[in-house]
Design a protein. Structure first.
Length: 394
């Protein structure tokens, strides 16, 4: 018996869809209704007093619910609006004057992060993008070779978004530290799918968001800064949330805090911080070990079913290399995705990946089989053709 299925009732959308898109947006927990009501009640009944009665501290306090999922301690996380902004906060701690001004990235990194770092060239950054041999894996040896004494930052995903390949972060951290570079670990597709111990790994920074596998919705991204760096670095992207005495409204240069508040800037995003908490509470109760064990079973089932139909799978067969998503490059994959959405089978499509199916702890085995069967039927009947000119946005 699958003990994790007892949580299905907490996610209303599971009653009317086959929800296999946690890699993009996790199913909303029922408790979000109460959370948002609590936010509205606080604003309506307490007004401006809500700031001093809890709102002001939420941009770090709510991070304590994320900390166990990353293997970090309470108080070590600050919360921001999205991951690109967390990268900007980190980048603002450094200058890009030669000789240490190189950014090493991999070709399969999420595009928003690539866009951000390429724009840092105007400030002197040299961006080296390491090519990959295919759409599934990075070439670890090439990445390690690119990290040299001129390297400043290595922003890299623990789990690649297209293929769900798990990167060997230990080797990358060790090489970077040996030559004096900093590693920014992007845990967006990792947290909530595989066990993480960011502290033990020695990552200098870790970033990610709650809207996918953590079932937290949009508007909340997390930033961890290694303990010995936290008070040492000085973000140029800052603001009154980072000031020692924000409500003193002092003019002039900032007197920055030395804890995680140091990495905040403007007014916190309170509604999103309310919305993300029910999902985090559930994830912490379920436990990552149980989620990981089930994920390996469900993704193996999807891979076997796809290969039995002759479809290319752009996700590693080896479960030790695979996180929570299976990317299936079937014929007419973009159009098949659109028809699946029309049939209430919620998945997505990405170029160079295919249809991405991402079962989570709340999914059943028969839902994996049903999604694959629907794909086969769409291809066999030609139903994909009605979407030949329609873009896929999810």
């Amino acid at each position: 018996m699958d003990e994790l299925l007892k949580w299905r009732s907490e996610f209303p959308i599971l009653d009317r869809t086959t929800y296999m898109i946690s890699n993009s947006l996790g199913a909303m927990p029922r408790g979000v209704y109460n959370s948002m009501r609590a936010y509205a009640d606080s604003w309506a009944e307490r007004g401006v007093r809500a700031w001093e009665e809890g709102w002001w501290d939420m941009a770090v306090g709510v991070g304590d619910q994320i900390a166990p999922l990353l293997g970090v301690a309470p108080g070590e996380i600050s919360l921001h609006q999205n991951v690109t902004l967390t990268q900007a906060v980190i980048s603002s701690c450094f200058d890009f004057r030669a000789p240490r001004n190189k950014i090493v990235m991999v070709e399969l990194e999420f595009p928003s992060i690539q866009y951000f770092y390429h724009e840092q060239a105007r400030f002197g950054a040299r961006v080296e993008v390491v090519k990959t041999p295919d759409t599934v894996r990075i070439d670890l040896e090439q990445v390690l070779a690119a990290i040299d004494e001129t390297t400043l930052l290595v922003p890299i995903s623990q789990v690649l978004f297209r293929s769900s390949y798990i990167v060997d972060m230990q080797a990358i951290v060790e090489k970077a530290h040996r030559v004096g570079a900093y590693v920014i670990l992007d845990a967006f597709q990792a947290a909530g799918t595989i066990p993480l111990d960011v502290r033990a790994l020695g990552a200098d920074f870790a970033v990610g968001g709650v809207l996918k596998w953590l079932c937290g919705g949009p508007g909340v991204a997390y930033l961890y800064v290694r303990e010995d760096l936290r008070a040492k670095l000085r973000p140029a992207l800052t603001g009154w949330s980072a000031h020692q005495r924000p409500f003193a409204f002092e003019i002039g240069a900032i007197d920055a805090r030395e804890d995680s508040f140091r990495y905040l800037n403007g007014t916190p995003h309170i509604p999103a911080l309310y919305a993300c908490q029910p999902g985090l509470e559930i994830l912490n109760q379920v436990g990552i070990s149980a989620i990981r064990a089930k994920s390996m079973r469900l993704t193996a089932r999807l891979i076997e079913g796809a290969k039995s139909r002759g479809w290319r799978v752009n996700t590693p067969d080896n479960p030790a290399e695979r996180a929570g998503t299976v990317s299936i490059d079937c014929p007419h994959a973009a159009e098949v995705c659109r028809e699946l959405l029309a049939r209430e089978v919620l998945v997505d499509y990405r170029p160079q990946a295919g249809v991405r199916l991402s079962p989570h702890f709340y999914n059943r085995e028969d839902e994996c089989d049903f999604a694959l069967a629907q794909m086969a039927e769409i291809l066999a009947t030609g139903a994909w053709q009605k979407h030949a000119a329609a873009p896929v946005h999810v």
